[in-house]
Design a protein around this ligand. Sequence first.
Ligand code: CAA
Length: 375
Amino acid sequence: MTIGIDSIAFSTSKYFLSLETLAKHRDVSYEKYCLGIGQTKMAVFPPNEDIVTIAIDAARKALSSIEDKNAVDLLIFATESSFDLSKSAGIYVHKFLGLREDCRAFDLKQACYSAAAALRLAESYAANNPRSKVLIVGSDVIKYPPSASGEPTQGGAAIAFVVSQNPRILEIEPYAGVHTDDIMDFWRPAHLDNALFDGKLSAYNYLKSLDICLERYFKNSALKLSDIDCACFHSPFGKMARKANNQSFKYKSLDKTLIYSSIIGNSCSASLFICFLSLLDHAKDDLTGKRIGFFSYGSGSVAEFFSGVVRKGYKRELRAEENQKMLADRIEISFSEYEKLYSGEFRDFDKYQNIGSVKLSKIDNYRRIYENIGG
Ligand code: CAA
């Protein structure tokens, strides 16, 4: 029995800030951002977009190649930037996708690790339910305090993927190396919009966790380093993934995994899988049969290294041109516009465009009202 990723797509904001602009206004050399940190643009969200609208956009694309949408009977929404401590963001997605009423929908949280956690849980579900499809959405928007060292790594995006038996894109292997440890490296108290963090500790713990996870993965799988053909890493910023790659693997394919994230910014739960999509969309060689390593790191912290083997025919399921066009068609904003949007006080829901076909049209007495664009 094979289980894994059957369909995958992503989405992000229609708007971005160039880090050249940010560098100028923060009086920092742009080289620090583009070479030192490895980022050149960051997604910025207007009032009409949030983790739900981009999640619906990504999920609609991921489901477009699924013959029977009614096979989806479990929806897991992975996020660390939820706006509601009670109601699940997944319920809005469930409604706008028109999923069946007896499909479970709920949120899952553990910083940037949650979509990887959802994938691992979905594997057992798919094993026990041969006809079921599980829809996993990872959607996050991340903000740091203005002028904080993390500011150039802000961003946001959503990934959506379907997990099932006989997957068309990637077969997930059963082994893993996991490491959980109580660390205060990154956290967001419930009343705050932006994250608090200890940047140096987080980078240290990311790399330490990678070492530990790899040792456990190799022990559990009886595989060796040379059995892995390329790797994708959680990428809070490109340089972090580069350090991870240099520490353990030195894969040349790393650059291809970072093309999308370097112009989106940190997308937390979506990040690892956007790196995977970036690799699939940009790899010149046929990846069929290649074993790909995945390293997920969620501050706090839980980390996991696992692997998957690319399926024959995977290229038919890709939408590289559409993804590249979506990013090329984004609109650049000025620094003053960025400051206005960052503050969250500007609430004109009609002024900005949406990337997909659903918008947040108002917030009425704390109720978020979403609608399909054009009715
Ligand atoms: N030209 C080229 N390179 C330059 C440069 C210049 N003019 N100026 C500086 N650099 C280089 C530095 O040498 C340094 O390189 P190395 O890391 O290779 O030594 C790099 O740019 C960064 O410089 P600093 O260390 O001085 O940067 P900083 O302290 O201002 O910020 C950071 C770096 C601490 C990681 C910061 O981005 C941050 O706090 N980010 C948020 C936390 C984070 O993302 N942590 C990652 C692990 S946690 C995680 O993965 C979960 C998550 O998603 C948040």
